[in-house]
Write a protein that binds this ligand. Structure first.
Ligand SMILES: Nc1nc2c(ncn2[C@@H]2O[C@H](COP(=O)(O)OP(=O)(O)OP(=O)(O)O)[C@@H](O)[C@H]2O)c(=O)[nH]1
Ligand SMILES: [Mg+2]
Length: 224
């Protein structure tokens, strides 16, 4: 077990699942959190769950926010996106409409977050690929390339690629957090160096000023 002081340092990843109604967001969240597949479709409100996992030997907590894809919840979406740190953008491979919606979710994330965020494009219901597929993997790959993210096909039913998807997102978030910390440390070093140089300059200027006054007074004395 980790020593107690380490527990306090465990990183919490706030993952938001976005996508149209019926694509399987709740099913994905349930499968990841409790390894259970819900067959009934209950378009309920948003819910959040927590789970501790170990990814690449490091423990962390994943906080999953399962949003509601119904239109009446649109107003809440901005709030969910603000809360989130990493995103699963879900469509169903059996619904072209849900695939078309992906771009607008992504635009909304970019508008609110302003900077790049860890994001994975998820094509759910892969178990229905042979009978009901409406979106090809090639099309989804092309969209992922355009959105500068990874594409993964999942099935919350069988299940397939569920843990892998969350683990990949955690890795992306860890990488980004590390890069941001490095950037902040670099910026702090540059700032410290600049203020040191500024201080040096200020001293030099003060020293020059004082010296020039001293030289002037010597010159005056000489003349006198
Ligand atoms: N075959 C299959 N069915 C799935 C899969 N994932 C979800 N479903 C079914 O699709 C329906 C909708 O799933 P939900 O998880 O409730 O969809 P949702 O995205 O949460 O929908 P909203 O809460 O309305 O936004 C349910 O009947 C699920 O059983 C999957 O991977 N394969
Ligand atoms: Mg749901």
């Amino acid at each position: 077990m980790s020593p107690p002081d380490h527990l306090g340092k465990i990183l919490v990843h706030k993952v938001v699942i976005l996508g149209d109604g019926g694509v399987g967001k709740t099913a994905i969240a349930n499968q990841f959190i409790v390894q259970h597949f819900v067959t009934t479709y209950d378009p309920t409100g948003d819910g959040s769950y927590r789970k501790q996992v170990v990814v690449d030997g490091t423990p962390c907590v994943v906080e999953v926010l399962d949003t509601d894809g119904q239109d009446e919840y649109k107003a809440l979406r901005e709030l969910w996106i603000r809360e989130g740190e990493a995103f699963l953008l879900v469509f169903s491979i059996t619904s072209r409409n849900s695939f078309t919606s992906v771009r607008s979710y992504c635009q909304q994330i970019q508008k609110i977050k302003k900077s790049e965020v860890p994001l994975i494009l998820v094509g759910n219901k892969s178990d229905l690929a042979s009978t009901d597929r409406e979106v090809s993997p090639q099309e989804a790959e092309a969209l992922a390339k355009e959105l500068n993210c990874t594409f993964i096909e999942t099935s919350a039913k069988i299940p397939h690629n569920i843990d892998e998807t969350f683990h990949s997102l955690i890795r992306l978030h860890r990488k980004q957090t590390k890069e941001q910390e490095q950037k902040a440390a670099e910026a702090a070093t540059v700032e410290a160096q600049t203020s040191q140089t500024d201080g040096g300059e200020a001293k030099k200027t003060g020293w020059r000023k004082r010296l020039s006054g001293f030289i002037k007074s010597i010159d005056k004395n000489k003349k006198g």
